[in-house]
Design a protein around this ligand. Structure first.
Ligand SMILES: Nc1ncnc2c1ncn2[C@@H]1O[C@H](COP(=O)(O)OP(=O)(O)O)[C@@H](O)[C@H]1O
Ligand SMILES: [Mg+2]
Length: 396
């Protein structure tokens, strides 16, 4: 679901005009500002205006031969052979290239897939790989998207960027964030939870945004913590996590607020690498949960105990449940392990101590989410592989 914001509406309109007048556009802006999602949404709509959209995503491994094949396959043209253009039924074609500055640079800093695009835009065509003849492109316009050059993103040459109208997506302001997530979350809460919960939606969104902004401010990336970088996706993961629950998950309001703290810990705290950072994050969380969500007493202190708040999605069917003490799920896990060992030739002998239980809950949480991916980092023997195997077994 894409929520229209000031930026997305402005840039979509600008892009629409540029496409209609066949002028290439380049979108830039830091990651997680909604560049890709806005462009995709707009280009899907252009289908109704007789404009054929084709999406292409570059990565470090992209190569020019495969990219050219992909472009030729999707823009077969209509009528004359050997032309690159929209297929029959469409009058114009748009080629959207996401992460255009990602392809690996070769020795002399050229990026072959980018050079291919430069040729396509600059010369209005490319050379056929077998006949070596020049194939002209017709009624085709290019939209490129890329975050500014850092790390593996190379600096694009002026020879390439000169062709484009360049637009910069600004970092999302607090109002934009609030608007996006309020629209998504309040709709869900009204549909899913009972009336008593409806007034919490704004407070929860505000808390999630505050946690993100404070963490972004206080826990900065350094060479050994290069993964301490946060963006809009992290807030959306907190909201996505909350939306995986059902009415039965929450016997009372405090449980919902505990789930907010749980999701924030999964999204932000699980990424941190030492005790000092844990403490900084706990302070941020404590302030927000106390201030914005009004949690107090036992409900509040429970968040910061060794066990912390624990939710799991495998004790009562696939319902997300609050777990009072981890012993409650231990026996369930031993039963799953027995099942696993009965089916598998590669038997595992696991002990479910607190950290192991917490890890399984974390892994199964991510596996349950749409487009949920996780990268488990840790010293060997910490159970990354075996706990993941068990978590996948539990969810099947
Ligand atoms: N207008 C919006 N409405 C809803 N979600 C949004 C919006 N803008 C951004 N998002 C969220 O932010 C995430 C990152 O957006 P994305 O387009 O992938 O960023 P970028 O391409 O700039 O790195 C999306 O997956 C989506 O969840
Ligand atoms: Mg993107």
């Amino acid at each position: 679901m894409v929520v229209p914001t000031k930026e997305s509406v402005t840039f979509s309109k600008l892009m629409e005009w540029q496409i209609k007048s066949m002028y290439p556009v380049f979108f830039t802006g830091i990651t997680g500002t909604g560049k890709s999602i806005t462009c995709q949404k707009l280009l899907e709509l252009t289908k109704t205006q007789q404009i054929q959209p084709v999406f292409m995503y570059f990565s470090a491994k992209s190569d020019s031969y495969i990219s050219q094949k992909y472009i030729e396959q999707n823009f077969k043209g209509s009528g004359a052979r050997g032309v690159i253009g929209p297929i029959g039924g469409f009058t114009k074609g748009v080629l959207m290239v996401d992460d255009v500055n990602m392809p690996l640079q070769e020795t002399y800093e050229a990026q072959p897939p980018v050079e291919l695009l430069r040729q396509l835009i600059g010369l209005n065509g490319v050379y056929d790989r077998t006949t070596k003849e020049f194939k002209k492109s017709k009624n085709l316009v290019c939209v490129c998207i890329a975050a500014p050059p850092t790390g593996c993103r190379a600096k694009l040459t002026k020879r390439f960027s000169k062709f484009f109208h360049i637009l910069n997506f600004p970092k999302s302001s607090t109002e934009t964030l609030t608007k996006i997530f309020n629209s998504i979350f309040s709709g869900w809460i009204q549909k899913t939870l009972t009336v008593d919960f409806h007034d919490s939606s704004q407070r929860i969104v505000q808390a999630a945004i505050k946690i993100y902004q404070e963490t972004d401010l206080k826990l900065k990336p350094t060479p050994i913590k290069s993964h301490y970088s946060y963006n809009l996706r992290d807030v959306s993961k907190i909201i996505q996590g909350l939306m995986m629950s059902k009415k039965q998950t929450f016997p009372k309001k405090e449980t919902l607020f505990k789930l907010v703290a749980h999701e924030a810990q999964r999204v932000f705290k699980d990424r941190l690498i030492d005790d000092i950072d844990y403490r900084i994050f706990d302070e941020i969380l404590n302030k927000t949960v106390k201030g914005d969500l009004n949690l107090s007493g036992e409900d509040l202190s429970e968040i910061f105990t060794d066990q912390g708040v624990l939710f799991c999605n495998f004790i009562k069917g696939d319902l997300l449940c609050y777990v009072q003490t981890y012993n409650m799920i231990q026996s369930k896990l031993y039963a799953f392990l027995k099942d696993y060992n009965a089916d598998s030739s590669d038997k595992m002998n696991l002990v479910f101590f607190l950290d192991a239980v917490k890890h399984i809950c974390r892994i199964s949480r991510v596996l349950k989410q749409a487009r949920g991916n996780c990268l488990l980092v840790g010293i060997s023997g910490s159970g990354r592989q075996s706990l993941t195997r068990l978590a996948t077994k539990i969810l099947t």
